[in-house]
Design a protein. Sequence first.
Length: 464
Amino acid sequence: MEYISTRGNVGKLGFIDAFMMGLGDDGGLLVPREIPVVSAEKMEEWQHLSYQELVLAIFSLYTNGEIPQQDLKDLVYASYGTFRDPHITPVRKLKDDLYLLELFHGPTFAFKDIALQFMGQLYTYVATKQGKKIHILGATSGDTGASAIEGVKGKEGIKICILHPHGKVSKVQELQMTTVQDDNVLNLSVDGNFDDCQRMIKELFADLDFKATHHLAAINSINFVRIMAQTVYYFYAYFQVVKETGAKQVNFSVPTGNFGDIFAGYLAKRMGLPVGKLILATNENNILERFIQEGVYMPGEFVATYSPSMDIQVASNFERYLYYVLGEDAAEIRKRMEQFKSEGKIVIDGEALAKVQTEFGAYSVQGKECLETITRYESSNGYLLDPHSACGVAAADGFTGNQEITISLATAHPAKFNEAIALCGIEQPFPEEISALFEKPQRQTRVDGTLPSVVKELVAFYTG
């Protein structure tokens, strides 16, 4: 397995080098040269594996044997040893044609733990084996930051800085990041929105001198290992539902803003998983819905919503999908991304748009419908959804054109977003780990939304 860039000027990277590069040095996103296809016989074998065993089976298709098997096994079992459910990502039945994939049983109660606990272990492994300094730099709309910090806090040879938009994450998300007191952790609270934070991260990774001088490593979903790790739970969920229902094919409804989680589902489908539609659930920031319905990718006005982790206009992983839609043509991707930079939009039509609409559905969940979904399922099923998971369920319920079983992704524990839950008139008990956060001191640095201000803090942190 080799890794190449969507823009064509980086290629023939091994797994570890691709992991460490994060964003392609040409500004593109790294993808496998060929997506591995799993045979029907292998799929039958995989149905009987535990989650950790399935992780090892899928990772072996991508890691090139660069990590000795026992070392990889140790990394995987250490990564998922802190999860609160023995199934790691259990599936719950909500009704006959709708299942919920719970992805919030990790240490920070969010789906990001599933990939980032492994990435934290892998960064630690590389730092130890190669004697490298690793300075992780990332942006978060809420959950990535806490998960990434949890994975590497206090680790020798690693420093981590996370940018989050000031006042635009939930209080619990903020506390999970900023109550960590380890000296290898820096939280920058940035005046602006997530897109501003993400843009600065990409600019810093694109500055190859800065990247090399300060040993930058990526934790966001620009890093392909994030996508690889998230692919596993699509297979695992499918196997659980098939055992119960005998279904031959399922749909997935995925709340998304950065296109990473749903791209993992697309990758699983390309690998051979029998997926019908990937239903993209958005909120008022619905640039991705418009792309799927009309073929127009153009950021609109940012809107703060009840599901803040989805409040994103420019989706990091969109370029990966565009690469496949346009026939893996790197020259065309370079042209389209330059067009996006100059004109602020990308338009596709004809066969390319028809292909998108065959693979994806889309449904935008407005604030009122999000809260109504939370209230309805709590009342009728006794199940409390967080606002992001509610968007996924609402999209599954509202999407027309499928009569098949749908698995909707529950991306976070409702205690992380009590602001929305309280608006529904629901009082919820907090897990002990979350309640304890409110008694801890916070440590964060507020900066204006300019790159020089961020760079000043980064240089002081990384060289201090």
